[in-house]
Design a protein around this ligand. Structure first.
Ligand SMILES: Cc1ncc(COP(=O)(O)O)c(C=O)c1O
Length: 290
Protein backbone atom coordinates (compact mmCIF):
# COMPACT_ATOMS: atom_id res chain seq x y z
CA UNK A 1 0.00 0.00 0.00
CA UNK A 2 1.23 3.52 -0.79
CA UNK A 3 0.22 6.20 1.67
CA UNK A 4 0.20 9.92 0.88
CA UNK A 5 1.69 12.17 3.57
CA UNK A 6 2.27 15.85 2.77
CA UNK A 7 2.85 15.38 -0.93
CA UNK A 8 4.95 12.19 -0.84
CA UNK A 9 4.10 8.49 -0.95
CA UNK A 10 5.34 6.05 1.69
CA UNK A 11 5.05 2.29 2.11
CA UNK A 12 2.85 1.04 4.97
CA UNK A 13 5.96 0.41 7.14
CA UNK A 14 7.38 3.87 6.51
CA UNK A 15 4.18 5.91 6.70
CA UNK A 16 4.78 7.58 10.07
CA UNK A 17 3.67 10.67 11.95
CA UNK A 18 5.58 12.35 14.79
CA UNK A 19 4.65 11.55 18.39
CA UNK A 20 4.52 15.35 18.84
CA UNK A 21 1.73 15.71 16.28
CA UNK A 22 -1.28 17.20 18.07
CA UNK A 23 -3.50 14.82 16.11
CA UNK A 24 -2.02 12.10 18.31
CA UNK A 25 -1.48 14.09 21.50
CA UNK A 26 -4.90 15.77 21.59
CA UNK A 27 -7.08 14.38 18.80
CA UNK A 28 -6.57 17.82 17.26
CA UNK A 29 -7.40 17.36 13.61
CA UNK A 30 -10.15 16.37 11.21
CA UNK A 31 -10.92 13.54 8.81
CA UNK A 32 -13.13 12.18 6.08
CA UNK A 33 -14.12 8.61 5.19
CA UNK A 34 -14.72 8.35 1.45
CA UNK A 35 -15.60 5.43 -0.85
CA UNK A 36 -14.58 4.46 -4.34
CA UNK A 37 -16.89 2.35 -6.47
CA UNK A 38 -16.20 1.02 -9.90
CA UNK A 39 -13.15 3.23 -10.49
CA UNK A 40 -14.79 6.45 -9.29
CA UNK A 41 -14.62 8.35 -6.03
CA UNK A 42 -18.19 8.83 -4.81
CA UNK A 43 -19.24 12.37 -3.76
CA UNK A 44 -15.63 13.51 -3.57
CA UNK A 45 -16.40 17.22 -3.79
CA UNK A 46 -18.96 16.94 -0.97
CA UNK A 47 -16.42 15.21 1.27
CA UNK A 48 -13.75 17.81 0.60
CA UNK A 49 -16.27 20.60 1.21
CA UNK A 50 -17.10 19.05 4.58
CA UNK A 51 -13.39 18.69 5.38
CA UNK A 52 -12.92 22.43 4.80
CA UNK A 53 -15.98 23.24 6.94
CA UNK A 54 -14.55 21.11 9.78
CA UNK A 55 -11.20 22.88 9.33
CA UNK A 56 -12.83 26.28 9.52
CA UNK A 57 -14.69 25.33 12.68
CA UNK A 58 -11.46 24.35 14.48
CA UNK A 59 -9.39 27.17 12.92
CA UNK A 60 -7.13 24.78 11.06
CA UNK A 61 -5.42 26.14 7.97
CA UNK A 62 -5.21 23.21 5.54
CA UNK A 63 -1.97 23.73 3.58
CA UNK A 64 -3.55 22.58 0.29
CA UNK A 65 -6.36 23.89 -1.86
CA UNK A 66 -9.67 22.13 -2.44
CA UNK A 67 -8.50 21.08 -5.92
CA UNK A 68 -5.12 19.83 -4.65
CA UNK A 69 -6.78 17.65 -2.02
CA UNK A 70 -9.22 16.23 -4.57
CA UNK A 71 -6.26 15.40 -6.79
CA UNK A 72 -4.32 13.84 -3.89
CA UNK A 73 -7.28 11.54 -3.12
CA UNK A 74 -7.70 10.46 -6.75
CA UNK A 75 -3.91 10.05 -7.25
CA UNK A 76 -3.60 7.93 -4.09
CA UNK A 77 -6.36 5.64 -5.37
CA UNK A 78 -4.51 5.34 -8.69
CA UNK A 79 -1.16 4.68 -6.97
CA UNK A 80 -2.85 1.82 -5.12
CA UNK A 81 -4.68 0.55 -8.23
CA UNK A 82 -7.91 0.92 -6.31
CA UNK A 83 -11.25 0.58 -8.08
CA UNK A 84 -13.45 -0.26 -5.09
CA UNK A 85 -12.41 0.70 -1.60
CA UNK A 86 -12.37 3.10 1.26
CA UNK A 87 -10.26 6.24 1.54
CA UNK A 88 -9.31 7.83 4.83
CA UNK A 89 -8.34 11.47 4.49
CA UNK A 90 -6.83 12.98 7.65
CA UNK A 91 -5.56 16.47 8.43
CA UNK A 92 -3.73 16.78 11.73
CA UNK A 93 -2.79 20.01 13.49
CA UNK A 94 0.84 18.98 12.93
CA UNK A 95 3.94 18.83 15.08
CA UNK A 96 3.80 21.00 18.21
CA UNK A 97 5.00 21.02 21.78
CA UNK A 98 3.72 18.93 24.69
CA UNK A 99 1.47 21.84 25.65
CA UNK A 100 -1.88 22.00 23.92
CA UNK A 101 -1.49 25.43 22.31
CA UNK A 102 -2.29 24.85 18.61
CA UNK A 103 -0.40 28.02 17.66
CA UNK A 104 2.83 26.13 18.37
CA UNK A 105 2.01 23.69 15.57
CA UNK A 106 3.66 25.14 12.50
CA UNK A 107 2.19 23.05 9.70
CA UNK A 108 -0.81 20.73 9.50
CA UNK A 109 -0.20 17.34 7.90
CA UNK A 110 -2.39 15.88 5.17
CA UNK A 111 -2.63 12.08 4.99
CA UNK A 112 -4.49 9.91 2.46
CA UNK A 113 -4.86 6.15 2.98
CA UNK A 114 -6.63 4.17 0.26
CA UNK A 115 -7.65 0.69 1.42
CA UNK A 116 -10.63 -1.52 2.13
CA UNK A 117 -13.41 -1.51 4.70
CA UNK A 118 -16.13 -3.95 5.73
CA UNK A 119 -18.06 -2.47 8.60
CA UNK A 120 -20.65 -5.17 9.11
CA UNK A 121 -20.79 -8.83 8.01
CA UNK A 122 -23.02 -9.45 4.94
CA UNK A 123 -25.75 -11.24 6.98
CA UNK A 124 -26.60 -7.97 8.74
CA UNK A 125 -27.35 -6.33 5.39
CA UNK A 126 -29.66 -9.23 4.59
CA UNK A 127 -31.37 -9.72 7.96
CA UNK A 128 -30.97 -6.32 9.63
CA UNK A 129 -29.25 -5.10 12.78
CA UNK A 130 -30.28 -5.33 16.41
CA UNK A 131 -29.21 -2.09 18.15
CA UNK A 132 -29.64 -0.42 21.54
CA UNK A 133 -29.80 3.09 22.95
CA UNK A 134 -26.82 3.87 25.18
CA UNK A 135 -26.27 6.17 28.15
CA UNK A 136 -23.43 8.13 26.55
CA UNK A 137 -25.02 11.39 25.35
CA UNK A 138 -23.98 12.86 21.99
CA UNK A 139 -21.56 15.78 22.33
CA UNK A 140 -23.12 19.19 22.95
CA UNK A 141 -22.94 21.76 20.14
CA UNK A 142 -21.29 24.24 22.42
CA UNK A 143 -18.71 21.72 23.66
CA UNK A 144 -17.59 19.79 20.58
CA UNK A 145 -20.07 20.28 17.77
CA UNK A 146 -21.08 16.90 16.29
CA UNK A 147 -20.93 18.52 12.84
CA UNK A 148 -17.15 18.71 13.13
CA UNK A 149 -15.64 15.47 11.89
CA UNK A 150 -12.75 15.73 14.29
CA UNK A 151 -10.05 13.23 15.19
CA UNK A 152 -11.52 13.18 18.68
CA UNK A 153 -14.04 10.36 18.37
CA UNK A 154 -14.06 9.34 22.03
CA UNK A 155 -17.72 10.30 22.44
CA UNK A 156 -18.60 7.83 19.67
CA UNK A 157 -16.13 5.21 20.91
CA UNK A 158 -17.60 5.28 24.43
CA UNK A 159 -21.04 4.68 22.92
CA UNK A 160 -19.64 1.89 20.74
CA UNK A 161 -18.14 0.23 23.84
CA UNK A 162 -21.59 0.29 25.43
CA UNK A 163 -23.04 -1.30 22.30
CA UNK A 164 -20.34 -3.98 22.37
CA UNK A 165 -20.95 -4.59 26.07
CA UNK A 166 -24.65 -4.96 25.29
CA UNK A 167 -23.81 -7.58 22.67
CA UNK A 168 -24.83 -5.49 19.64
CA UNK A 169 -23.00 -3.84 16.77
CA UNK A 170 -24.29 -0.28 16.91
CA UNK A 171 -25.78 2.21 19.37
CA UNK A 172 -28.33 5.00 19.17
CA UNK A 173 -27.05 8.16 20.84
CA UNK A 174 -29.52 10.67 22.27
CA UNK A 175 -28.76 14.34 22.73
CA UNK A 176 -28.86 16.11 26.08
CA UNK A 177 -32.61 16.73 25.66
CA UNK A 178 -33.31 13.06 25.09
CA UNK A 179 -34.02 13.29 21.35
CA UNK A 180 -32.43 10.82 18.97
CA UNK A 181 -29.23 12.26 17.50
CA UNK A 182 -27.54 9.52 15.48
CA UNK A 183 -25.54 6.31 15.84
CA UNK A 184 -21.81 6.08 16.61
CA UNK A 185 -20.76 6.18 12.96
CA UNK A 186 -24.02 6.46 11.03
CA UNK A 187 -27.11 8.62 10.65
CA UNK A 188 -30.51 7.08 11.41
CA UNK A 189 -33.76 7.04 9.41
CA UNK A 190 -37.25 5.69 10.02
CA UNK A 191 -40.10 4.98 7.63
CA UNK A 192 -43.74 5.42 8.66
CA UNK A 193 -46.31 4.97 5.90
CA UNK A 194 -45.03 6.86 2.86
CA UNK A 195 -42.96 9.19 5.02
CA UNK A 196 -39.26 9.14 5.71
CA UNK A 197 -37.98 10.78 8.88
CA UNK A 198 -34.48 11.51 10.11
CA UNK A 199 -33.41 13.68 13.06
CA UNK A 200 -32.56 17.29 12.22
CA UNK A 201 -28.85 18.09 12.16
CA UNK A 202 -29.48 20.41 15.11
CA UNK A 203 -30.33 17.31 17.20
CA UNK A 204 -26.60 16.54 17.21
CA UNK A 205 -25.84 14.60 14.05
CA UNK A 206 -23.04 14.74 11.56
CA UNK A 207 -24.04 16.32 8.24
CA UNK A 208 -23.90 12.88 6.65
CA UNK A 209 -23.22 12.74 2.95
CA UNK A 210 -25.03 9.40 2.61
CA UNK A 211 -27.90 10.96 4.60
CA UNK A 212 -28.16 13.75 2.02
CA UNK A 213 -28.01 11.31 -0.90
CA UNK A 214 -30.75 9.13 0.63
CA UNK A 215 -33.00 12.13 1.34
CA UNK A 216 -32.72 13.12 -2.33
CA UNK A 217 -33.31 9.57 -3.60
CA UNK A 218 -36.43 9.30 -1.45
CA UNK A 219 -37.76 12.69 -2.58
CA UNK A 220 -37.12 11.75 -6.23
CA UNK A 221 -39.18 8.60 -5.78
CA UNK A 222 -42.12 10.63 -4.45
CA UNK A 223 -41.68 10.09 -0.72
CA UNK A 224 -42.32 12.75 1.80
CA UNK A 225 -39.13 13.44 3.76
CA UNK A 226 -38.97 15.47 6.95
CA UNK A 227 -36.51 16.13 9.76
CA UNK A 228 -38.42 16.50 13.03
CA UNK A 229 -37.05 15.82 16.49
CA UNK A 230 -37.54 12.11 17.11
CA UNK A 231 -37.92 10.31 20.41
CA UNK A 232 -37.30 6.66 21.12
CA UNK A 233 -41.09 6.16 21.06
CA UNK A 234 -41.14 7.31 17.40
CA UNK A 235 -38.34 4.94 16.49
CA UNK A 236 -39.87 1.93 18.29
CA UNK A 237 -43.15 2.46 16.44
CA UNK A 238 -41.66 2.93 12.98
CA UNK A 239 -42.55 0.60 10.09
CA UNK A 240 -38.89 0.43 9.09
CA UNK A 241 -35.57 1.74 10.30
CA UNK A 242 -32.14 1.93 8.65
CA UNK A 243 -28.76 3.57 9.15
CA UNK A 244 -26.66 5.43 6.61
CA UNK A 245 -22.95 6.13 6.32
CA UNK A 246 -20.16 6.05 3.78
CA UNK A 247 -18.71 2.94 5.40
CA UNK A 248 -21.97 1.20 6.33
CA UNK A 249 -23.86 2.40 3.21
CA UNK A 250 -27.55 1.63 3.99
CA UNK A 251 -28.13 -1.03 6.59
CA UNK A 252 -31.55 -2.14 7.89
CA UNK A 253 -32.34 -2.15 11.62
CA UNK A 254 -34.91 -4.70 12.80
CA UNK A 255 -34.72 -4.47 16.59
CA UNK A 256 -34.12 -1.53 18.94
CA UNK A 257 -33.87 -1.92 22.73
CA UNK A 258 -35.64 -5.27 22.44
CA UNK A 259 -38.55 -3.82 20.42
CA UNK A 260 -39.11 -5.45 17.04
CA UNK A 261 -39.31 -2.83 14.29
CA UNK A 262 -42.16 -3.33 11.79
CA UNK A 263 -42.25 -6.96 10.68
CA UNK A 264 -38.81 -7.70 12.12
CA UNK A 265 -37.40 -7.99 8.61
CA UNK A 266 -35.78 -5.34 6.35
CA UNK A 267 -38.68 -3.37 4.86
CA UNK A 268 -39.65 -2.68 1.26
CA UNK A 269 -38.77 1.03 1.34
CA UNK A 270 -35.35 0.30 2.81
CA UNK A 271 -34.69 -2.32 0.14
CA UNK A 272 -35.75 0.05 -2.64
CA UNK A 273 -33.46 2.79 -1.32
CA UNK A 274 -30.56 0.31 -1.05
CA UNK A 275 -31.00 -0.59 -4.74
CA UNK A 276 -31.21 3.05 -5.80
CA UNK A 277 -28.16 3.91 -3.68
CA UNK A 278 -26.07 1.19 -5.32
CA UNK A 279 -27.16 2.26 -8.79
CA UNK A 280 -25.95 5.76 -7.97
CA UNK A 281 -22.66 4.70 -6.35
CA UNK A 282 -21.78 2.44 -9.27
CA UNK A 283 -22.49 5.02 -11.92
CA UNK A 284 -21.25 8.36 -10.61
CA UNK A 285 -18.25 10.01 -9.02
CA UNK A 286 -14.82 11.42 -9.81
CA UNK A 287 -13.04 9.08 -12.26
CA UNK A 288 -9.78 7.60 -10.93
CA UNK A 289 -8.68 6.42 -14.38
CA UNK A 290 -9.88 9.07 -16.87
C1 LIG B 1 -20.80 10.15 13.78
C2 LIG B 1 -21.13 9.89 12.35
N1 LIG B 1 -22.38 10.10 11.92
C3 LIG B 1 -22.73 9.87 10.64
C4 LIG B 1 -21.82 9.41 9.71
C5 LIG B 1 -22.23 9.20 8.29
O1 LIG B 1 -21.72 10.22 7.46
P1 LIG B 1 -21.39 9.99 5.95
O2 LIG B 1 -22.63 9.50 5.30
O3 LIG B 1 -20.97 11.32 5.44
O4 LIG B 1 -20.29 8.98 5.89
C6 LIG B 1 -20.51 9.18 10.12
C7 LIG B 1 -19.57 8.67 9.14
O5 LIG B 1 -18.48 8.97 9.04
C8 LIG B 1 -20.15 9.43 11.46
O6 LIG B 1 -18.90 9.22 11.89
Amino acid sequence: MKIFIDGKYYSEQNAKISVFDHGLLYGDGIFEGIRAYNGRVFKLKEHIDRLFYSAKAILLDIPMTHAQIMKAVVDTCRQNKLRNGYIRLVVTRGIGTLGLNPNRCKKPSVIVIAGKIQLYPPEYYKNGLDIITVATTRNLHNALNPAIKSLNYLNNILAKIEANNGGVEEAIMLNSEGYVAECTGDNIFIVKGNQLFTPPLSAGALYGITREVVINLAKDSGMNVSEPNLTRYDIYNADECFLTGTGAELIPVVKIDGRVIGTGKPGAVTKQLVTKYHTLTNGSGEPIYP
